[in-house]
Unconditional design. Structure first.
Length: 444
């Protein structure tokens, strides 16, 4: 049997020669070899290691993430490495424990449960954007990052945590995220990080963040108050034997929600507003649909009316998916068609490249929200994966969509937006981050 059918091989020497540039930004490297292969995948065979395959092929992605998901597992980079910083929650756990936690937590993220949070989300959004007016261009990402953090914090804890406590937690999480990226991208410097004290310092921050969250949990348990927030839902969640999560488990899951739930949303909001500001026709259409939602109790029933705004967000996540790449390791030999994927093969699925694959998308690099109209959605579902696919589909996808729709609605309803740049620079870290996007917010 031959190896996997997309057999274009990249020399490992080429990879080593370009390693410093790849470390800074792997996307141009990926694009170059996808173009050279003229296929949906290419492979690299490092010395003393199993083969690595990178793919933008939707058939292979669905096979790995959905149809044969039991044969594949997240790599150690996504599990053991990340878990020492952000805990062993849904994002980093695997196997039977992951399945147990997913079944326990999933009901808290069902649409009918998230409905109760929409008023909290909208109130937080309105509080954050009321002071956006600017006489000049300002950096957009920090504003969206602050907004997204506050939405996650209020949705988790409502108003049971003091502002200075949440601010300290925010600083710690953002510091940890920056160091995690350095540690992942520069493994050859790990000994230096240890000698320099960076590892020790960041592990102290991990301990402090867990202590902060533990204190919030203990305070909530003692208060017996009802808040209709995510913490209430997590505290009430019961395993089949009637037991609940321990504080350690709760902290793991809450840290994951903070880390995965605010930076990804901040990225997507920055890209969406940037694209709207550069596409006046779509912006005007979205504006005509937007409504003033100062009454938070009306937020949920208004969401279905924001259909074009939703399409704009979806198209933005096609062009710039926050979760721009994911990986899996084959736990055993597997077959796709007549071809073998050998046990131990690491497969990287480039969602960014899949979303721009011209085999699936016409005018793939253009911003065209109409792709996501009701009549078009079914035919693109097989190769659109901003929240992943299969059993590990992002548990917070509905929460994230509601939040982003409400943010975009409120901003374009209250402000005229302009940007001074036609292109956005990308920083593909753990998530796909926008660089140096400036925007002016003028009152209507």
């Amino acid at each position: 049997m031959p190896n996997y059918k997309y057999s274009y091989k990249v020399s490992f020497f080429k990879f080593l020669f370009n390693s410093s540039e790849i470390t800074k930004n792997p996307i141009p490297f990926h694009k170059k070899y996808f173009n050279e292969s003229n296929e949906g995948s290419f492979s690299i065979k490092p010395f003393f290691s199993k083969q690595i395959i990178l793919t933008k092929d939707a058939e292979l992605a669905k096979h790995i993430l959905q149809k044969h998901h039991k044969v594949y597992e997240k790599s150690k980079l996504q599990t053991k490495f990340l878990s020492k910083y952000i805990g062993y929650g849904l994002l980093t756990s695997t196997g039977d424990y992951w399945l147990q936690q997913r079944r326990l937590i999933q009901p808290a993220f069902h649409k009918e449960k998230i409905n109760n949070l929409v008023a909290i989300i909208n109130q937080t959004v309105n509080e954050q954007i009321k002071n956006l007016k600017s006489d000049d261009f300002v950096q957009l990402y920090p504003l969206m990052n602050e907004l997204a953090f506050q939405v996650v914090a209020k949705s988790l804890f409502n108003y049971s945590a003091e502002k200075h406590t949440l601010k300290r937690l925010q600083v710690i999480i953002e510091t940890l995220q920056k160091f995690i990226v350095k540690d992942i991208r520069q493994p050859h410097k790990r000994l230096w990080f240890i000698l320099k004290g960076d590892i020790k310092h960041n592990m102290r921050l991990v301990k402090e963040s867990r202590a902060i969250i533990n204190n919030i949990i203990e305070t909530r348990r003692a208060s017996k108050e009802e808040h209709d927030d995510l913490l209430d839902m997590l505290l009430k969640a019961k395993y089949e034997d009637g037991t609940s999560m321990t504080n350690t488990q709760l902290i793991d899951e809450i840290l994951i929600l903070f880390v995965a739930g605010h930076e990804t949303t901040a990225n997507a909001l920055t890209f969406t507003l940037f694209l709207l500001a550069n596409n006046k026709e779509e912006l005007n259409k979205a504006k005509s649909e937007s409504v003033n939602l100062d009454n938070n109790t009306l937020a949920f029933e208004t969401l279905p009316k924001l259909n074009f705004i939703k399409m704009c967000v979806e198209e933005s996540m096609r062009l710039y998916p926050s979760a721009w790449i994911t990986d899996r390791v084959a736990l055993e030999d597997d077959v796709l068609g007549n071809y073998h994927i050998k046990k131990g093969t690491l497969i990287g699925i480039s969602i960014y490249e899949m979303h721009r694959n011209t085999n699936y998308w016409e005018d793939a690099d253009k911003f065209q929200p109409e792709r996501f109209s009701d009549e078009n959605k079914k035919k693109i579902a097989a190769y659109y994966m901003p929240f992943g696919a299969g059993p590990r589909l992002c548990i917070g996808n509905n929460f994230a969509m509601y939040e982003m729709m409400l943010v975009v609605n409120s901003i374009i309803n209250k402000f005229d937006i302009k940007t001074n740049k036609a292109e956005v620079k990308l920083n593909p870290l753990i998530t796909l981050k926008p660089l140096d996007v400036e925007m002016k917010f003028s009152s209507k």
